[in-house]
Design a protein around this ligand. Structure first.
Ligand code: CP
Ligand code: NVA
Length: 298
């Protein structure tokens, strides 16, 4: 099928990503609803819970003059075993775009293969590219371009970390990852850009000289049974005020949310007045508007 898809950050060019970020900032400043997606329908297929991603997509479609249609596993035949390829063939004859949150990246790829409309990854076990659009927008708004800066990832080598590896390539920054043994990101992704991305063990070493410090939950969706083991493994990987003091004095802290205060982030860091995570969360909507316009109109 000839549609473009957004299954990970590498699916778009550097220039295209910059265009989307710039448009997100513009849409945010314009503030007003528009009709750029008039008569368009976005299908949302979510196999996992969501607050930000779902609401951002639904409100984005409404404010751009279109509609969205939410399909959870319980509501659709996909949840009763209808093949992914058949679901893709059928749904893509009715809607203009599909955003899918699921476990297996291979499911997204199979869906995209059989879809004749754009498919967007709304989070998989491997990647969360939509979140990176919001994070990059937030950095640009607060500090200007991220090119040439240093970013530290503290904690699990999960879907967010792996999207940061892709972002280091696409947005041209150095990424220092601190993960405990056994919880590193995929080796093949680390090897994509050995000059830009390094794997360390010590959070202090990873944040030294950093412009942006990022973390995420110790147990992602689907890993609930591993929680006790993970709490032990990640005990030294909490982002605290003290850890932040080792980064540049004006370094930003980001977290995709939801956060577990007292685990991956200290109880106070999110409540500081200069905390940008609420802007980061709001920017999910602006950046997803820009993404939808790009996927549907270009
Ligand atoms: N950050 C993020 O994707 O949040 P939700 O799980 O609430 O969508
Ligand atoms: N890594 C987290 C991100 C949630 C937005 C998860 O997959 O649950």
């Amino acid at each position: 099928m000839s549609s473009r898809h957004f299954l990970n950050l590498l699916d778009l060019s550097k220039d295209e990503l910059q265009t989307i970020i710039a448009r997100a900032i513009e849409l945010k400043s314009l503030g007003l609803p528009s009709q750029t997606l008039s008569q368009k329908t976005l299908g949302l297929i979510f196999d996992k819970s969501s607050t930000r991603t779902r609401v951002a997509f639904e409100v984005a479609m409404t404010q751009l003059g279109g509609n969205s249609l939410f399909l959870s596993n319980q509501d659709s035949q996909l949840g009763r075993g209808e093949p992914v390829a058949d679901s893709a063939r059928v749904l893509s004859r009715m809607v203009d775009c599909l955003a899918i949150r699921t476990f297996d990246q291979a499911m997204l790829e199979e869906f995209a293969l059989h879809s004749n409309v754009p498919v967007i990854n709304a989070l998989s076990d491997d990647f969360h590219p939509c979140q990176l659009l919001a994070d990059m927008q937030t950095y640009v708004e607060h500090k200007g371009g991220i090119s040439g800066k240093t970013v530290s990832w503290i904690g699990d080598g999960n879907n967010m970390c792996q999207s940061y590896i892709n972002a280091a390539i696409q947005f041209d920054f150095e990424l220092k990852i601190a993960s405990p043994f056994g919880y590193e990101p995929r080796k093949d992704l680390l090897e994509l850009s050995p000059n830009r991305v390094s794997l360390l063990r010590s959070p202090s070493e990873a944040v030294a000289g950093s412009d942006l410090v990022v973390t995420d939950v110790w147990s992602s969706m689907g890993q609930e049974e591993e929680q006790a083991r993970r709490k032990l493994a990640f005990a030294d990987y909490q982002v605290t005020e003290e850890l932040m003091s080792k980064a540049h004095s004006d370094a930003l802290f980001m977290h995709c949310l939801p956060a577990h205060r007292g685990e991956e982030v200290s109880t106070k860091l999110l409540d500081r007045e200069d905390c940008v995570v609420w802007d980061e969360a709001e920017n999910r909507m602006h950046s997803q508007k820009a993404l939808l316009e790009f996927m549907l109109n270009s």
